[in-house]
Design a protein. Structure first.
Length: 445
């Protein structure tokens, strides 16, 4: 395990395209020119309300998607990365036909927003999540000032038989910092190209993501996110002790290693439904631990809305107390996202109306998403967290175009039964930006 490291990788495989004419031999990997015309959108201007609305919509999407997927998991452990699913859907909004665009925007939490506002919001998120302001200070004061816990990369892999639309590729470069590469999806070299890109952008954590491509594949959109950090206040390993963890239903227990955190000033929230604590990372962001009182952890995540999560996060105050949290690791199963995304209203799976037709490739073949796969893993210990996720969206193309109060008493939060976690980064527009959600029904897989 890589201690103190959070790693998130999202590879989104689509079948579609975007950009100007390509000139290269079949099977050669070629970088397609689409130079970003400007830096990422800076958040020095704090008063971008449209971008704020989009950022809040991302968290709304995060909990709606989590609810759909957690319900399918039942009493099993569950983990997903809603942010890794949102990024490609936001980019594809630029290529969705007008008949379907409103439905897609509503599904991703951006109802009524203009494409320009969504793209600018995505760029501002990238600016904050990758700490571009601190990077500038590092250039001025020295690299020792700067530690980047999060790296995000985007790419488009394009089959040599089609012509990318330049306007989409330029937008992808400007606002999502996406590069474009030409491949021949009929050859094994395409698999090698995507896997090599994934490995390079996740420090080797994801190296064999793709086994083969469908013969109908003409495009792959890839997003990789790598996050590495430690707790700002690490658990003392010598205080970790074995204890009993109650499995769902409460009749059966397993042994778990419980980490201890106690102090006079711990951020803590409690209401009739939950106990909650944030575990802050060294360079920003946090993992929130939410322990339900009466309902199951899965029921809590299914019922969770972004407004309630924000209430919990804002309502935490300093109190004396202690937390017992088990070390846990989860390796999620591969999830087919199609049904969940359709339940949220994502219209991109309709092979009859082909909603991605006309704005991805010059040829105008009917385009739609045929499948969307997701897998995530996480490991949490005394020093930090390691997590990874992979999302794969495959698209197909048709053959022809169409006031002061009394000090509270000490609390005790003992996570000896199923609980949920929400891992967040920080942005100016969205505040806490949800990256991972999950349910721990069994600490050790």
């Amino acid at each position: 395990m890589r201690l103190g490291c959070v790693t998130l990788i999202c590879i989104v495989l689509c079948i579609a395209l975007l950009c100007g004419p390509l000139a290269f031999a079949a099977g050669d990997e070629v970088v397609v020119a689409a130079t970003p015309s400007a830096r990422l959108q800076s958040t020095e201007n704090w008063n971008d309300e449209p971008a704020g609305a989009v950022a809040r919509g991302v968290n709304d999407f995060a909990f709606r998607l989590s609810a759909e997927l957690a319900g399918m998991a039942g009493d099993e452990n569950f983990i997903c990365s809603p942010y890794s699913v949102w990024i490609p859907l936001a980019a594809l909004a630029n290529a969705t036909g007008n008949a379907h665009k409103a439905d897609l925007l509503a599904a991703i939490g951006a109802a009524g927003m203009a494409e320009a506002d969504i793209n600018r919001a995505a760029s501002r998120m990238l600016y904050d999540l990758t700490r571009q302001r601190d990077r500038a200070l590092a250039r001025e004061y020295g690299e020792e000032y700067y530690h980047d816990p999060l790296k995000i990369a985007n790419a488009i892999f394009v089959d040599y038989k089609v012509t990318l639309r330049q306007d989409f590729a330029q937008m992808f470069a400007d606002f999502y910092r996406g590069s474009a590469m030409g491949v021949d999806f009929s050859l094994p070299s395409a698999v090698d190209a995507v896997n090599r890109w994934a490995s390079e952008n996740t420090e080797g954590l994801i190296a064999d993501l793709i086994q083969k491509f469908s013969p109908d594949t003409v495009l792959a959109i890839a997003n990789a996110i790598y996050f590495s950090d430690r707790w700002s206040w690490q658990f003392a390993p010598e205080e970790t002790a074995t204890g009993a963890f109650r499995l769902p239903g409460g009749d059966e227990t397993i042994d778990a290693f419980f980490m201890l955190r106690e102090g006079e000033k711990l951020d803590y929230y409690e209401d009739d439904l939950v106990q909650a604590m944030p575990l802050n990372f060294l360079t920003g962001g946090a993992m929130y631990i939410l322990l339900p009182k009466d309902m199951s952890a899965t029921e809590l995540l299914i019922s969770m809305e972004h407004t309630y999560f924000e209430q919990i996060a804002r309502g935490a105050d300093e109190r004396p107390g202690r937390l017992l949290l088990p070390r846990f690791s989860i390796e999620g199963e591969i999830i087919e996202l199609k049904d969940a995304l359709q339940m949220l209203g994502v219209p991109l799976f309709d092979d009859v109306t082909a909603p991605l037709t006309g704005r991805l490739i010059e040829e105008g073949y009917p385009m739609w998403v045929s499948s969307a796969l997701h897998k995530a893993v996480i490991e949490v210990d005394e020093q930090g967290t390691t997590a990874a996720a992979v999302t794969v969206m495959m698209m197909e193309a048709g053959s022809a175009p169409p006031e002061e109060v009394e000090a509270p008493p000490p609390f005790e939060m003992i996570c000896d039964k199923p609980f949920i976690f929400v891992l967040c980064g920080r942005t100016v527009d969205g505040g806490r930006q949800v990256l991972f959600t999950g349910v721990v029904n069994r600490p050790q897989e």
